[in-house]
Design a protein around this ligand. Structure first.
Ligand SMILES: NC(=O)c1ccc[n+]([C@@H]2O[C@H](COP(=O)([O-])OP(=O)(O)OC[C@H]3O[C@@H](n4cnc5c(N)ncnc54)[C@H](OP(=O)(O)O)[C@@H]3O)[C@@H](O)[C@H]2O)c1
Length: 324
């Protein structure tokens, strides 16, 4: 089964099915990693205001662009409205802060990061109460935020707008105004999101899979906090066996599985060798049996890693997307 290199978007733009993740990369490390990623051939970069490293990504991208408009057009740069900006009147300010830090005239794809909201506290994107819970803003008008995000597209400062971490009901509310260009959600071999993917296929909304390798750094932090066991996806016997059969790395098998599953993926790495390997997944193919073996690893909701429980209080928000 061959996999196209891109999702075709409206306006003829193309979203590369393998992108580069940037979460949890310290700015100085990220800047070097982005140089390596550009050198390796990545053109899709996933960022977010909440990652607090857009400036490092922007520096590396602008070095590579070197003022050449044609090179800028080769890139597909994504960033996200943080939870602190999820109010219609805050969208403009948070978007402009991202555009300034990235140093770009326009953003290729701007996403609403999550459907719940934090209070706006200047200089603090993750404001907390003294007891460690988040300073939540429970008054969120999600459709109102979406309408403001759509205005950014009309202004020409954003080419496409989409959403992340939304459930089917939230998607359908937003679709009633205008269909998002994509949905970015957690998808990997233990959490295959079959129902959501089928629903978005019907709606014609491409899925971008985050944490495609199981987000080991996050899983380790959550395991230490909760005592829950998070299996290492890169060490699952099925994955190791298939990797051996193809002389590929376990990460390449996990990514190839997702591409054949019909979604784009945005693995994060700051290691030059792994950066290169993660992009080299279009030149081999998993057969039907291998796809079935990997599909059988799905744990449904129990496979979810990024459940946002690290934002204490978020689960009480009426727009919290992951109701069990
Ligand atoms: N929208 C959202 O709410 C949301 C949430 C989570 C993530 N994201 C986006 O999705 C991106 C990817 O997700 P993620 O960062 O959570 O996790 P991930 O890409 O599943 O995993 C990243 C981890 O895997 C390691 N790794 C990468 N390539 C490897 C390889 N070939 N072999 C072995 N280990 C490898 C990385 O370490 P090294 O760096 O040392 O290689 C890092 O520890 C993020 O960076 C972010 O851009 C979005």
């Amino acid at each position: 089964m061959s996999v196209p290199k891109y999702f075709e978007l409206e306006d003829g733009d193309r979203l590369p099915r393998i992108g580069f993740g940037t979460w949890q990369a310290p700015p100085d490390v990220l800047e070097k990693a982005v140089d390596a990623a550009l050198e390796a051939g990545y053109r899709h970069f996933d960022s977010a205001r909440a990652y607090e490293n857009e400036d490092a990504l922007g520096r590396a991208l602008n070095r590579w662009i070197g003022g050449d408009a044609a090179k800028r057009k080769e890139l597909f740069v994504v960033t996200k409205l943080p939870p602190s900006g999820n109010r219609p009147e805050s969208v403009e300010e948070y978007f402009e802060a991202s555009r300034r830090d990235l140093g770009l005239d326009y953003i290729d794809l701007y996403l609403i990061h999550v459907p719940f909201a934090f209070e706006h506290v200047p200089g603090d994107l993750h404001p907390k109460n003294p007891d460690g819970s988040m300073k939540m803003d429970y008054s969120t008008d999600l459709v109102g935020v979406w309408k403001e995000v759509l205005k950014l597209k009309k202004s020409g400062r954003v080419r496409h707008v989409g959403v992340s971490n939304m459930n089917e009901e939230q998607l359908s509310r937003l679709c009633a105004v205008e269909k998002p260009a994509c949905l970015q959600v957690e998808v990997h071999v233990l959490f295959q999101q079959k129902k959501l993917i089928a629903a978005t296929k019907q709606l014609g909304i491409p899925i971008v899979a985050y944490s495609p390798l199981g987000s080991k750094a996050l899983a380790d932090v959550l395991a230490a906090k909760t005592g829950r066991n998070y299996p290492n996806l890169l060490e699952l016997p099925t994955v190791l066996n298939i990797a051996k059969a193809h002389s590929r790395t376990p990460a390449q098998v996990l990514l190839r599985f997702l591409l054949q599953h019909g979604v784009a993926c945005i693995p994060k790495s700051t290691d030059p060798t792994r950066i290169q390997q993660n992009l080299s997944v279009l030149d081999f193919e998993l057969n039907k049996n291998e796809m079935q073996e990997l599909a059988a690893l799905d744990r449904g909701e129990d496979g979810r890693i990024c459940d946002f429980m690290f934002f204490v209080g978020a689960e009480k928000h009426t727009e919290f997307p992951f109701k069990k």
